[in-house]
Design a protein around this ligand. Structure first.
Ligand SMILES: Cc1cc2nc3c(=O)[nH]c(=O)nc-3n(C[C@H](O)[C@H](O)[C@H](O)COP(=O)(O)OP(=O)(O)OC[C@H]3O[C@@H](n4cnc5c(N)ncnc54)[C@H](O)[C@@H]3O)c2cc1C
Length: 473
């Protein structure tokens, strides 16, 4: 029996699809989210429980077939699609969606890896709790993918990345063993932290099959403001003021450049962007979560914006009048990637910087880019409270964008990454490495760091069954 037939035997014939790298039927799992690369897998396998995952891994390891774990396939660094060889098995977790346990006293939820993030939000919200990880891909991305990429999103400023929300994991190792550590402990100093090793490992060290996650009480009120600011330094001043005035109530602080927002106006005209008429180069979205009441939240937010207006670090603002309006404001922010996609191909970057270095990064990078390639258009947006910018460079207006990028993409990337690294930043903030940024690792990481990563990979996955070509070579 060949490997594909054996996989059919383990998970059922209906849950194995053979790949061809070409037909539209397979586009979903062989194609990356940005539609820039299409792989060719041997097969897509969809086990229904941890034991089946373990059996699939054992079979593949014995046959020398490598595995690419896949959740919602919303990753932006080509780590969740097969390479072009036609030899890799894509292991989808999308049948493993159960919420196994919700423990109100321990403030934890234990959930299977294929559960969609938004579905988990709905379950815990019905029970009166909050799982604060939130990102624009929440309707498709999965908990397993969120943990495997250590996803960030829009509330990191208050609650941290996916890593900070994970208390325990269940993992199938590259040998096909099951490691279960779903205890939900907040303290457990018993040797190396294996959980933290798997979080952010992008499917290269094992398959995450379930996780125990930290919950928070639902805030009594959530209020959002949208403000126009005169510069990136002013946005930083507003952030510092918001931290001082709102303390732990500050749960979101997003920055958006005018060009990024103007793409939303152009390509998604059904979304109404407030205070857009002026010439302010930036907008910020501030979210306050309040444990008392809506009027209390409004009073605090109005006071903050009033002071900011007087100080000149903000020129105009609106506060959402309802939950529906709050959603509309977030929708504008979260639609920027879609609007950018409609605008055409671009060189997208996800950089992290010390927050204080952001104005310098923006000024210096812009000067270098326009010096080298006059007319390029920069769409800046991101999680200012975390020092994370999505810095997307589009071709000059009227130019053939694919052709422009074919000629200049590498030059653009070198300018942006060198500028971030020179200011103490990182070339990958929250999207990870995948296959797309593997070569950047080699140029930006110290040899000692790379060698430690390779040693860990060799120790846990000596035959290289798990997602080869991702993170480390
Ligand atoms: C519109 C949009 C907005 C986004 N916004 C953000 C954002 O704000 N913040 C952010 O951090 N990211 C963001 N992303 C990136 C992406 O959504 C996240 O990286 C997400 O966490 C990936 O989850 P997924 O289930 O889609 O994983 P996939 O894309 O399927 O996989 C991502 C990686 O994780 C591995 N993997 C997946 N599941 C498992 C598993 N169960 N066990 C082991 N490895 C696994 C894969 O092999 C791959 O390497 C955004 C993406 C889009 C399309």
């Amino acid at each position: 029996m060949g490997i594909v037939d054996r996989l059919r035997y383990v998970v059922g014939a209906a849950y194995v699809v053979q790949g061809d790298g070409a037909s539209d039927a397979n586009a979903g799992w062989e194609q990356d989210w940005r539609r820039r690369t299409r792989g060719h897998g041997l097969a897509l396998v969809r086990p229904q429980n941890t034991q089946e995952v373990a059996e699939v891994v054992r079979l593949c390891a014995a046959a020398g077939v490598s595995i690419v774990p896949q959740g919602g396939n919303t990753g932006l660094v080509e780590g969740s699609i097969p390479d072009g060889s036609g030899t890799q098995v894509v292991l989808s977790l999308n049948r493993m969606t159960a919420v196994r346990d919700l423990d109100p006293s321990n403030l934890t939820v234990t959930v299977e890896a294929g559960c969609i993030l938004q579905a988990l939000h709905e379950v815990v919200e019905r029970a009166g709790y909050l799982f604060p990880l939130s990102l624009a891909a929440k309707g498709s991305c999965t908990i397993g993918g969120n943990l495997a990429t250590n996803a960030g999103g829009t509330q990191v400023v208050r609650y941290g990345n996916a890593r900070n929300l994970c208390l325990g994991l269940e993992v199938v190792t590259p040998r096909g063993e099951v490691w279960q550590s779903l205890s939900g402990l907040r303290k457990d100093n018993t040797g190396y932290d294996l959980r933290d090793l798997f979080v952010g490992s992008e499917g290269t060290l094992g398959v995450i099959t379930a996780a125990t996650l930290q919950l928070y009480p639902q805030p009594r009120a959530r209020l959002t403001a949208w403000a126009a600011v005169p510069s990136e330094s002013a946005a930083l001043e507003l952030l510092a003021r918001a931290r001082r005035n709102l303390g732990a109530g500050l749960t979101g602080f997003e920055l958006m450049g005018r060009f990024a927002v103007s793409m939303v106006c152009l390509h998604l005209p059904q979304l109404r962007v407030p205070v857009f008429r002026g010439t302010d180069p930036y907008f910020v979205l501030i979210e306050l979560s309040d444990s008392e009441s809506e009027p209390h939240a409004r009073e605090r937010l109005e006071a903050l914006l009033g002071e900011a207006l007087e100080d000149g670090c903000m020129n105009d603002a609106v506060i959402a009048e309802s939950l529906a309006q709050t959603r509309e404001l977030w929708e504008i922010r979260e639609s920027i990637p879609l609007a950018a996609y409609k605008e055409g191909v671009m060189a997208a970057h996800d950089v992290a910087l010390p927050i204080s270095a952001i104005p310098r990064f923006i000024a210096e990078t812009q000067a270098q880019l326009t010096g080298a390639l006059p007319g390029v258009r920069v769409a800046n947006f991101g999680h200012l409270g975390d020092g994370n910018l999505h810095y997307n460079v589009h071709a000059p207006a009227g130019r053939d964008a694919p052709e422009f990028l074919r000629r200049h993409e590498e030059q653009i990337r070198q300018i942006v990454y060198a500028s971030a690294v020179a200011l103490g930043g990182s070339f990958s903030a929250e999207h990870g490495i995948g296959r797309l940024k593997l070569h950047r690792m080699e140029s930006h990481k110290a040899p000692v760091e790379l060698e430690m990563m390779r040693s860990i990979k060799r120790a846990l996955d000596p035959i290289g069954v798990m997602n080869p070509g991702c993170i480390v070579r």
